[in-house]
Design a binder for this molecule. Structure first.
Ligand SMILES: Cc1ncc(C[n+]2csc(CCOP(=O)(O)OP(=O)(O)O)c2C)c(N)n1
Ligand SMILES: [Mg+2]
Length: 620
């Protein structure tokens, strides 16, 4: 056996460089590179190995959490066929990545996380940034990654890479299992040498399979669909990950079954497709939610049925509603006591289309879908043209963006009031052009993720929408955009605080308490003093990007025309009215109101809450 003497870190990078995936005959190098920040816990290990491997791109970031967000944005935009690695020092650099890991795992996005770890040798403990325990020496802050990782391991000896890395690849490339994979790397072991077999570093191609469902279950599903009167497809992120959009188009045109889209599944069909009812659930359109209400069969494709999708289990009210779940992930395939088709979405839609030749929904049902769709388009138009003065409503900003963006351009967001508003109102025209992180809805994902999306496909314009609150949480990767010459178009909507949570608080009887950006008032000692004015453009300009501050909608539209043709990143700041909201449509979201309170508004909200909660269903 030929061997090569390498440090554990050098062996790691050499192995990662040689991993490929293949799906439908197309092959990709799996890792696009590594993102991170060096400290004493990785600089001489992974850092040194990267210096020796300049063909494995290293991108320096400003915050380790952002590194994981960039990686998630990238993996999502590449439909999980490529990923990034993230490296950090030990201690705070490592724990900064936990939020990112949770986001990746919840959204089922492959990210390889390599936090540095305390000395395996232990004789010099406690080292800088080490968490000590009186109960064991076999613990470090990196154990906190366990619940948020799909695979977790610690490499105490260099030869453990030989058995750990194949597991890492199995999980990262598995459509059902993927998420954050964490390999904790003790700082001393990273630099330790070992005679690795050359064979370990050969090119490996991981095949991404398209598993078919159980034959009996498929037959039963076909019968169920044939005997349904009001079937509805719920299209989740799995449709896009599987690349099943064309098959969904064919299936729905053939059968006439309408489609509601989850946040992750939006863009499965173009907004003007005859079967597309748009967003479903708590942030759904009136068209999708009304059809859902009376659906007798829900065909969930690649959805995990989050509370936003099911409107906290109130969306599906037909007394005998049944579910068919097409999902590669067993856990999701069995949800709602559904008939499980544990299988790839694209392959299964192909089979169902064949088996359902001749089946269509009734003309009455199709007519109802058409009317509701038209009604929703009219409502969208109304909200697009509020002409609110002096400050516009958010729906007008959506309208301006919608008119300016090309069909392949990407709109990206994650938290605030815009995910709900965009879910309802964005007119998605191509798959991947609506990029919403709503599994973790993590403030601070947006700007870093936009860099990942841009790297995933530089031919697409990326528009990232952040609220003022979100901007304040994590603006610093703007500098990384400048460093990497990544043209991202950042739109900051300043409504002086947390409009979303303020509105939610209001609806729960708490009048927006603690959600506005105001100074502490000297007399009341509450946060009700002068409005805190932040010059977001000046802040952004300090990172070296061009900035724009349109004062009204006309100027905003002019800026959008201009930034389209720039060759560098920019930040546009526009103020919006925080009280002009996009309403909800036949849906609700379960956020519990205090059962007892001395506040009359809370008591009233509690009564309404109890009435709504009665609609929550178990699917037994
Ligand atoms: C990291 C993180 N912290 C807290 C929250 C809860 N949260 C959701 S939206 C929101 C306010 C966002 O404010 P802003 O970005 O200004 O958007 P707006 O609601 O004003 O549209 C908060 C605090 C979150 N989603 N993520
Ligand atoms: Mg805000």
């Amino acid at each position: 056996m030929t061997t090569i003497k390498l440090t554990m870190a050098q062996a790691m990078i050499r192995f990662l460089k040689n991993q490929y995936v293949e799906r439908d005959g197309e092959e990709f190098r799996f890792f696009a590179g590594i993102l991170g920040i060096f400290g004493h816990g990785n600089v001489a290990g992974i850092g040194q190995a990267l210096q020796e491997n300049p063909d494995f791109k290293y991108i320096m970031v400003r915050n380790e959490q952002s590194a994981v967000h960039i990686a998630s944005g990238f993996a999502k935009a590449r439909n999980r066929l490529q990923a990034f690695v993230c490296t950090s020092s030990i201690g705070p650099g490592a724990t900064n990545m936990i939020t990112g890991a949770a986001l990746a795992t919840i959204n089922r996005l492959p990210v390889l996380i390599l936090p540095g770890d305390i000395f395996a040798r232990r004789n010099v403990a406690p080292v800088l940034q080490q968490l000590e325990s009186p109960a064991t020496q076999d613990v470090s802050v990196n154990d906190c990654f366990k619940p948020v990782s799909r695979y977790w391991d610690r490499i105490y000896r260099p030869e453990q890479l030989l058995t750990a890395l194949p597991e890492v690849m199995r999980v990262l490339t598995s459509p059902a299992e993927t998420g954050a994979v964490t390999l904790a790397l003790p700082q001393d072991v990273q630099a330790e040498a070992y005679d690795y077999p050359e064979e370990f570093f050969r090119k490996r191609v991981w095949h991404i399979a398209r598993p078919l469902s159980d034959r009996e279950q498929l037959k039963r599903a076909v019968e169920l669909i044939k005997s349904s009167r009001r079937p509805l497809v719920v299209a989740g992120g799995g449709v896009l990950f599987s690349g099943a959009e064309k098959l969904l188009d064919k299936f729905t045109r053939q059968t006439g079954i309408p489609v509601g889209e989850t946040q992750a599944g939006k863009g499965s069909l173009a907004f003007d497709h005859p079967a597309c009812l748009g967003a479903i659930g708590a942030t759904g359109t009136l068209a999708a939610n009304r059809i859902a209400h009376e659906a007798d069969l829900v065909i969930g494709i690649g959805t995990r049925y989050s509370d936003f999708t099911t409107a906290s289990k109130t969306a599906f009210q037909h007394p005998e509603v049944l579910f068919i779940n097409i999902n590669v992930c067993e856990m999701d395939a069995y949800k709602h006591n559904g008939l499980s088709l544990q299988a790839d979405a694209k392959a299964t839609l192909e089979e169902l289309s064949k088996a359902l030749k001749g089946f269509t929904v009734t003309p009455e049902y199709s007519a109802e879908v058409k009317v509701l769709k038209a009604e929703w388009e009219a409502e969208t138009e109304r909200l697009y043209h509020l002409d609110h003065l002096p400050l516009p409503g958010q729906s007008e900003i959506i309208c301006a963006l919608s008119q300016s963006l090309g069909p392949r351009d990407v709109i990206l967001s994650a938290a605030g009031s815009q995910p709900g508003d965009l879910h309802k109102l964005w007119r998605t025209r191509t798959p991947g052009s609506y990029h919403m992180e709503y599994g973790y809805s993590c403030m601070g994902y947006e700007i870093p993720a936009s860099l990942g999306v841009k790297m995933a496909d530089p031919t697409r314009e990326v528009y990232v929408w952040v609220g003022d609150g979100t901007y304040l949480m994590n603006p610093t990767e703007i500098l990384t955009a400048v460093q990497e010459s990544l043209k991202v178009n950042i739109i900051v909507v300043d409504n002086s605080g947390f409009q979303s949570i303020g509105g939610l608080s209001g609806s729960l009887g708490s009048a927006g308490f603690g959600t506005r950006f105001n100074q502490r008032d000297a007399q009341s000692e509450q946060l009700t003093g002068e409005r805190l004015v932040v010059d977001f453009a000046a802040n952004a300009a300090s990172f070296g990007v061009e900035t724009f501050t349109p004062q009204n909608m006309t100027e905003f539209k002019d800026v959008l025309k201009k930034i389209k043709h720039l060759d560098h990143a920019s930040v546009t700041v526009i103020r919006a009215n925080r009280e002009v909201r996009v309403p909800g449509y036949d849906s609700w979201w379960d956020v519990v109101v205090a059962e007892v309170s001395s506040m009359p508004a809370v008591k009233k909200a509690r009564k309404e809450y109890e009435a709504h909660q009665k609609d929550e269903k178990y699917f037994l």
